[in-house]
Design a protein around this ligand. Sequence first.
Ligand code: S3P
Length: 185
Amino acid sequence: MNPASNLVLIGPMGAGKSSLGRLLAPRFGLVLRDLDRMIEERCGVAIPTIFELEGEAGFRQRERGVLEEVCAGAGQLIATGGGAVLDPANRERLRRCGFVVWLKVGIELQLRRLGRDRSRPLLQVAEREQRLRQLAAEREPLYAETCDLVFEPGPVAARSAAAALARELERHWQRHPPAPAAVSA
Ligand code: S3P
């Protein structure tokens, strides 16, 4: 049990953090904060352009800034980017500010979901599968050390996955302060 007022979704690209976040935020009366979208709104350009102009280091710096700001708030569902856990200070902040769920998916499912994706700079390589495996090897230990709960959505529709995760959260997330009765009913 981690008494926390925010709910945080971590996990790799294609795990469904944004789509599950959109479905679960209203269910729990939380404000959705999608860190990637916030970065794009602030910069006025899409993530690939940020990578192009400032490199991954520039993007990570922006990601760290937005994450720090959001983690200072409460009552939010925070959907992170897949690499947000790379920074030790980010991991510590996420752990402290929220109940952290690792959306764990296999490489095959990621490949199926991201097959035609052009919006993720780290996937613009010939060997996508190899890249995803390499990222998983580097990052899975970090997801594991950061999370309070591991949830495997599997190859089901987002609505079914969200319903299953909501049931898990009812059992494991000790929300603090407790949600208003109207929302939790
Ligand atoms: C990244 C994942 C992306 C986005 C950026 C970098 C990563 O977010 O933050 O392209 O390092 O895995 P999603 O996980 O939402 O795709």
